[in-house]
Design a protein around this ligand. Structure first.
Ligand code: PMP
Ligand code: GLN
Length: 382
């Protein structure tokens, strides 16, 4: 058996979802919408299945999806992308992250990671034989500790893995923070793997800025998107990487050795989705913002302290004011078993033993009436 995998626990999302099911709890833990994605996109996938789109598509993705990804880069960020040579379609952002890292890392290379971190980052970096250098953001505002970040870059640094909008923190990196990161990447001649799966889910006027759009970063970034998040279809697992033509052949080879291709009917449907009008993309974040506000107001009324949330599916709550005697894991277990509402302990997103133990993450990508019922249960429990 692989020692690293034996030492890796089952992901917190699976653990908490199973616990929610066991106790009949409302699952505000795992980040998946409890409603369907756009009907035209789903229908396009169904039609493609019946239209003989069932054999291996091209290695780097269906041409129509690569064109749609390139066009979305132009439309949303003004990036000029060659769909033939600078886009690779993958089986979810999960594969895209692994393929991007695999494309540039050799054993012993260092990768800068920001904590709290999404669960797969650390195991994947280690499985590739690379060495993580973790820098911790400071709550409640999740500020970037610039001196520490600069100190984490050195001669062995090959890449930074940056997630904005950030899971679980809900942070959207500012132009100034991105400029600081870009300067470090250039000074140390490193790549940046940019996990931007929540690119279209930002609130209160916050705009997502891809690191790739900053001066000097076009050739260094592998920018990752996910149809799961952009079309509220998380089970689809269609991801896409945009990167410079000098990087794409190696990214494609990593993809070739991981999954080789991605179901063609889903690719065709995602191409339809990416061509939807601006109103669709605006509506996506507006409707999520409304539910974020609803949940946040209810939780605040119950005594939780809410941390800022500028984007993603998630809001973090500090339960200290509730006076619970126990850590975040115990609190989430208690909430599931007694209140019948499930959240995720934020310490699960930390590598070190000295993680904060008073934060829990709620997913608000659920129907309003479900959030309403969750708040009712929480107030009855309190
Ligand atoms: N990155 C982040 C930050 C995520 O939250 C998720 C999934 N929720 C992924 C990557 C994986 O995306 P996909 O389902 O497309 O593999
Ligand atoms: N990304 C989702 C979350 O953060 C879950 C993905 C998964 O279950 N692996 O909740």
């Amino acid at each position: 058996q692989n020692d690293l995998l034996s030492a890796t626990g089952t992901t917190v999302f699976t653990v908490m979802s199973a616990l929610a099911t066991q106790h009949g709890a409302i699952n505000l833990g795992q980040g998946f919408p409890d409603y369907e994605g756009p009907e035209d996109v789903v229908r396009a996938a169904a039609d493609a299945l019946l239209d003989s789109r069932n054999q291996y598509p091209p290695l780097t993705g269906l041409p129509e999806l690569r064109r749609a990804v390139a066009e979305a880069n132009r439309r949303f960020y003004g990036l000029s992308v060659d769909p033939e040579a600078e886009v690779v379609v993958t089986s979810g952002a999960t594969e895209a992250i692994t393929a991007s890292l695999m494309a540039v890392l050799n054993p012993g290379d260092e990768v800068v990671l920001l904590e709290p971190l999404y669960d797969i980052y650390l195991p994947v970096v280690k499985l590739l034989g690379a060495v993580p250098r973790i820098v911790r953001l400071s709550p409640p505002k999740w500020e970037l500790p610039r001196a520490e970040l600069a100190a984490a870059f050195g001669p062995k640094t090959k890449a930074i893995l940056l997630n904005t909008p950030m899971n679980p923190a809900g942070k959207v990196f500012t132009a100034a923070e991105l400029a600081f990161i870009a300067e470090l990447c250039q000074r140390h001649d490193t790549y940046a793997v940019c996990d931007e799966v929540y690119e279209h889910l930002t609130f209160d006027g916050w705009k997502h800025i891809p690191l790739m759009t900053l001066p000097g970063m076009r050739e260094r970034c592998m920018r990752i998107g996910s149809a799961g998040k952009t079309f509220s279809l998380t089970g689809w697992k269609v991801g896409y990487i945009t990167c410079d033509r000098s990087l794409a052949p190696n990214v494609a080879k990593a993809h070739q050795n991981l999954t080789f291709t991605t179901p063609p009917n889903l690719q065709r449907a995602v191409a339809v989705g990416l061509s939807k009008d601006d109103a669709y993309f605006a509506g996506l974040s507006e409707s999520l913002q409304e539910r974020r506000d609803f949940l946040a107001a209810g939780l605040a009324k119950l005594g939780f302290t809410l941390l800022p949330c500028q984007g993603s599916y998630f809001i973090t709550a500090d339960f200290t004011p509730l006076g619970f005697a126990g850590d975040d894991v115990a609190f989430c277990r208690h909430l599931t078993e007694v209140a019948k509402v499930t959240a995720v302990p934020v310490s699960a997103f930390y590598a070190g033993a000295d993680a904060p133990r008073h934060f829990i993450r709620f997913a608000f990508c659920k129907r309003l009436e479900v959030l309403e019922e969750a708040l009712r249960r929480l107030s009855a429990w309190k």
